[in-house]
Design a protein around this ligand. Structure first.
Ligand code: CP3
Length: 348
């Protein structure tokens, strides 16, 4: 179909279609490692930046202008919906929540917000990006239920997320109720982002790796399945990044997600075996490699491309967000290496 051939590389790769080059984007590609980001960021708070569509769209444009990446991700944060649910939020720069969810009454107090009414600025940022850079595919995103629950129970980030897990073990019914409320909120938020113009979505389960496989299936994957189910009707590629949950890759590959993010601890050839080549893989350079010499960046890029070869498809990315101390030239070296080494012949 002619229309399909004109689709951007990133979207074709997400659908498992043949591509002439491995596409690439980078988690947290808009951020503090870029001087132009820090310049915009100085004008306001982090949440102020998220809530000012012209500025949020501007920092979304920045890494595309500088590196011509194959996809953009809208500038926002996974915790934006938590504020819309009624929990006061601050960034310092790490997130701080004003209250902790500990009881059923706390769960009942949380609102399932109308995303357009309460987070309309995200949809406006999406519209500004799409009209300014119509050729670059735009990814919408949300946190997964378990990861958001972890912040709600802990009141912020944590080394072990032990309080969040204790909550699951002590009050499994209440935990499930909270996860269901989060699934509803996240589904509506992602659908609104697609309706505003996002052409793919990523669900970040950043703290999945703190759970045993069995607990991940119960508290992580099960509520995520509801979101995938709700999003299917929108017909955009769904990327699930469950960091550290490699033992659950077989189950994740049958979740309905089109693309699975893989962190750097699991080689992509092993991930291919675990997923039976049913899904496209995304990843998985260790973000710390970008802090080291350029020759090593190139060597590691080649290794990852080799490990991904022959699978259903591959989207190059880091195995987690880019570190703020990364030199912009080293990110440039990554982009150059993927664009040069990732070229392949399209099967006839
Ligand atoms: O470029 C992009 O990827 C889009 C923007 C984006 C941000 N956060 C901007 C941000 C995305 C996709 C996120 C997702 C996010 N936020 C995740 C999932 C991804 C991951 O890293 O696992 C998580 C866990 C959060 C929660 C969060 N937000 C934390 C823990 C922090 C502080 C981290 C730090 O670096 O100190 C934030 C703040 C945040 N979100 C910043 C940015 C650019 C730094 C804030 C600043 O500019 O001061």
């Amino acid at each position: 179909m002619a229309a399909a051939a004109e689709e951007p590389l990133f979207l074709r790769a997400c659908r498992g279609e043949p591509v002439e080059r491995t596409p690439l984007w980078v988690m947290r590609q808009a951020g503090r490692y870029l001087p132009e980001y820090r310049e915009v960021r100085e004008k306001t708070t982090f949440l102020g930046l998220c809530k000012t569509p012209e500025l949020a769209a501007e920092v979304t444009f920045q890494p595309i202008r500088r590196y011509n990446l194959d996809a953009a991700i809208i500038f926002s944060d996974i915790l934006v919906p938590v504020e819309a649910m009624g929990v006061q939020l601050d960034f310092n720069p790490a997130p701080v929540l004003a209250t902790k969810v500990r009881t059923e009454a706390d769960v009942d107090r949380l609102i399932v917000p109308d995303p357009v009414k309460s987070m309309g600025y995200v949809m406006e940022s999406i519209r500004i990006f799409r009209s300014g850079m119509p050729k670059t595919p735009l990814i919408g995103f949300a946190g997964a239920p378990f990861t958001l629950m972890a912040y709600l129970v802990e009141g912020g980030g944590s080394k072990s997320y032990s309080q969040a897990k204790q909550f699951c073990y002590e009050h499994p019914k209440v935990a499930r109720k909270l996860l269901e409320k989060l699934s509803e909120t996240i589904s509506a938020h992602l659908i609104a982002q697609v309706e505003a113009g996002c052409q793919a979505v990523q669900i970040f389960d950043s703290w999945a790796g703190h759970l045993s496989k069995d607990d991940y299936l119960t508290f992580g994957l099960t509520p995520t399945l509801r979101i995938i189910e709700a999003l299917k009707k929108k017909n955009v590629p769904i990327i699930v990044f469950a960091k550290g949950a490699h033992a659950a890759l077989p189950e994740l590959s049958q979740s309905g997600a089109d693309v699975l993010g893989v962190d750097w601890t699991t080689p992509l050839d092993l991930a291919r075996q675990l997923t039976g080549d049913r899904v496209v893989l995304q990843g998985n350079l260790d973000p710390s490699v970008l802090l080291g010499p350029i020759e090593n960046i190139q060597t590691q890029v080649q290794r990852i491309l080799n490990e991904a070869q022959g699978g259903k498809g591959h989207v190059f990315n880091l195995g987690h967000g880019i570190l703020p101390e990364t030199k912009p030239e080293h990110m440039g070296a990554l982009v150059e290496a993927v664009k040069r080494l990732g070229v392949r012949r399209v099967p006839a």
